[in-house]
Design a protein around this ligand. Structure first.
Ligand code: ATP
Ligand code: ZN
Ligand code: MG
Length: 305
């Protein structure tokens, strides 16, 4: 079987089992109750690993302030992934034109204008401006617990590469030493967590998909500096396993961008650990089968108690 066949096979298995529901757009799926139950049990397991840290819980909607998005630098690095929200802003005449275009199967986007909302590309993006607005960090910094649906324009038949998916994150803000210690802790916890799910994995240095020619240099420098690690599980292919967790050290990038300071008045450093909720659920179905009742008893105990 070539890798392409394997992709089709996994996604078709998931459709056939009713775990994912087709919408006609690659990367955009409905989820069954069973699929959501696995996601919520995994979510609870993450919470149990992080409980003692007493993170501040915040849930943002899956859209963010466009001005914050523009200032974040996302378009500089990942223009190919971004999704913006456009809305009809015309009068009766423009409405008639819209309906005519629609009826004739023509482009109806003429009176669509960019709104103040863009789709959230990663759960932590709306957080930094909000945190900076509170003023300097308290002593020992801050820790947040986030989860959001995220959008990335990367349509694929690989079920693990969705256009809309959930990302749970812990985000640490503080001194360099504090945020690096946080990342080390979660690198260890992540290994324990995925071991408890009885999944094969490896941890490796990684890079973000920076766009274009300038992006190549950024990819290399990110790897050389060890800024991003991923915990990879074979989901769609054993040759190129899927990043299910990622551990990112942003240095003072967001601190600089948002004017976020430590208690001592230095530019704050930040780091985040991201959990791909659907990817972990898919890894479980891929390795333990589409029938949850047939999963190993030990695993069922971990998830459902
Ligand atoms: P990849 O290298 O596979 O594209 P990434 O480096 O873009 O992953 P991050 O930007 O670190 O991933 O996002 C945090 C987490 O969100 C990832 O570890 C992954 O589990 C999940 N994730 C990222 N992109 C997708 C996607 N298209 N569909 C589902 N989950 C995703
Ligand atoms: Zn993040
Ligand atoms: Mg990616």
């Amino acid at each position: 079987m070539n890798p392409m066949d394997a992709q089709v096979a996994l996604i078709d298995q998931l459709f056939d089992a009713g775990l994912l529901i087709e919408t006609g757009v690659d990367g955009l799926y409905g989820r069954s109750g069973q699929f959501e139950d696995v996601i919520s049990r995994f979510d609870a397991l993450i919470t149990s690993f992080g409980r003692e840290d007493k993170a501040e819980v915040i849930r943002f909607p899956p859209g963010m302030n466009r001005a914050h998005f523009e200032k974040s630098g996302y378009l500089k690095s990942f223009p190919q992934l971004a999704g913006t929200v456009h809305c009809f802003c015309g009068d009766d005449g423009a409405h008639a034109d819209l309906l005519q275009c629609l009826g004739e199967g023509k482009d109806w986007s003429a009176k669509q204008e960019m709104s103040d909302v863009v789709l959230t590309p990663a759960a932590c993006y709306p957080l930094y401006p909000m945190a900076a607005k509170r003023g300097a960090l308290p002593e020992h910094g801050r820790l947040f617990d986030l989860m959001s649906y995220c959008f990335r324009h990367e349509p694929s038949r690989d079920p693990a590469r969705m256009q809309m998916f959930r990302m749970r994150e812990y985000v640490r803000m503080g001194t360099q030493a504090e945020v690096l210690a946080f990342r080390e802790t979660w690198l260890q916890r992540g290994r324990e967590l995925i071991s408890m799910l009885e999944l094969p994995f490896e941890v490796d240095v990684a890079n973000d998909p920076f766009f274009g020619r300038a992006g190549r240099m950024m990819k290399n420098s990110q790897r050389d500096q060890g800024l991003k690690f991923e915990l990879l599980v074979p989901v769609n292919s054993t040759v190129s396993p899927t990043a299910c967790l990622s551990f990112n050290y942003h240095q003072d990038h967001f601190g600089q961008t948002w004017g976020l300071k430590t208690a001592a008045g230095e530019v704050a450093h930040t780091a985040c650990v991201g959990f791909g909720m659907e990817r972990v659920a898919l890894a479980l179905f891929r390795h333990h089968g589409v029938d949850v009742q047939a999963w190993p008893r030990s695993l069922r105990r971990v998830l459902w108690g």
